[in-house]
Design a protein around this ligand. Structure first.
Ligand SMILES: *Cc1c(COP(=O)(O)O)cnc(C)c1O
Length: 383
């Protein structure tokens, strides 16, 4: 039963078989399983296209490249995210800006984004990278309206949110990454994420031009399609037209992804069930404040806020419960401080960070383990 991590992958016999089968096939790097995973993932998410890549960070980098981020481009994201959401802008020579969070949800506060946008002439900012933090879907319909008003593109960082949705103004459920409002969306298949392949990532979009560009950028900017070439020297000929990378996801890992995707909904049901139990218990503990829930929440993380976060973190470790903190605000990292950001710039994000703790939540967490986690938290807050 112990130790209990905050998140972990779930690998079945079927997963193992799917991987070993590809080892006996002709393809170790990009092969037929990549196309199959992309097609199945797009259909799960509801987007027109999907592009599998090496990891979530590579997905962000390719999105920034596909959207032409370059020196002089300014992009806004949230300080409460994994650093990669912001770093992708810097990879391309652009500048990162932050807006503060809504402390109730932990998400980027679109009112704060509006304030920032209005503080500069139109055209000053180029893009927006909202994050479906913890698995709670950003209201992308509102984000899109704001982005359109100020001429911004949107990359939705959906690493926490495969299967999550928000309800739009027409009462329709809109899945994270479905391409209806964001130009591009990205996912990660790191072991703690919903679908685990070790390393792996996905970009989804409904834009055929961006899709074609992403396919090229993923493999060195090279095309082998005679219809797209400037010239054709013969059967061997291929053409490098863009400065791309090797960001491919291998067939072995996409086979694992396909197998995991088949259990995605099952995992989501279990995550929501565990979260509902936590909600119920913490409603009776005034010292513990969870982030806001929602019917479409995918519960990548279950985040509570407590006054003595360090005390609880250390106490849980003694009990062999390995909680984690998501996230140390990006603007407080020494690297970003060297760029000029300072403590105090985003007080709500900093206040959230001072109290937040992600407690164990993953599909294979048993009722017994969850009861133990709850009992330990109860013991701590009643001391
Ligand atoms: C995991 C994660 C990433 C990066 O994904 P990798 O596959 O680890 O590169 C980016 N953004 C968020 C919000 C993440 O949780």
């Amino acid at each position: 039963m112990l130790p209990i991590p905050y998140g972990r992958q779930h690998i079945t016999e079927a997963d193992i078989q799917a991987v070993t089968e590809t080892l006996q096939s002709d393809y170790l790097t990009q092969g037929p399983k990549v196309a199959e995973f992309e097609q199945k993932f797009a259909s799960y998410i509801g987007s027109s296209y999907a592009v599998a890549v090496a990891n979530g960070t590579a997905a962000l980098h390719l999105c920034a490249l596909a959207l032409n981020v370059q020196p002089g481009h300014r992009v806004i994201t949230t300080p409460i995210t994994f650093a990669a959401s912001a770093n992708c802008v810097l990879y391309c020579g652009g500048e990162v800006y932050f807006a503060d969070i809504d402390p109730v949800t932990g998400l980027l506060d679109l009112q704060q984004v509006r304030r920032l946008l209005e503080s500069q002439p139109k055209g000053y900012f180029h893009g927006l990278i909202p994050v479906d933090f913890a698995g709670l879907a950003v209201d992308l319909e509102q984000a899109r309206a704001l982005a359109d008003e100020f001429g911004l593109w949107i990359i939705e960082d959906s690493c926490h949110a495969p299967g999550a949705y928000f309800t739009d103004s027409q009462g329709q459920q809109q899945r994270c990454g479905n391409g209806k409002f964001a130009d591009l969306a990205i996912f990660s298949f790191h072991p703690v994420k919903h679908i685990a392949t070790g390393e792996g990532g996905m970009i989804t979009t409904n834009d055929p031009v961006l899709y074609e560009k992403l396919l090229m950028l993923r493999t060195h900017g090279i095309t082998k399609d005679p219809a797209k070439m400037h010239r054709n020297d013969g059967g061997w000929y291929m053409e490098m037209q863009l400065l791309g990378y090797n960001y491919r996801m291998p067939d072995m890992l996409t086979a694992l992804g396909i197998s995991q995707l088949e259990r995605a909904d099952e995992g989501l049901v279990r995550r929501r069930q565990l979260a509902a139990r936590y909600d119920e218990v913490f409603a009776t503990m005034p010292a513990v404040t969870p982030l806001a829930g929602a019917p479409g929440h995918a519960y990548h993380l279950y985040v509570i806020q407590v006054p003595d976060r360090k005390g609880l973190y250390d106490f849980l470790r003694e009990k062999q419960i390995f909680a984690q903190v998501h996230y140390i605000p990006v603007h407080t990292m020494p690297f970003y401080q060297e760029l000029g950001w300072q403590f105090g710039d985003f007080p709500k994000a900093e206040a959230y960070y001072a109290q937040c703790l992600s407690i164990p939540l993953f599909p294979s967490l048993t009722d017994e383990q969850q009861a133990y986690v709850i009992a330990c938290i109860q013991e701590f807050v009643q001391r």
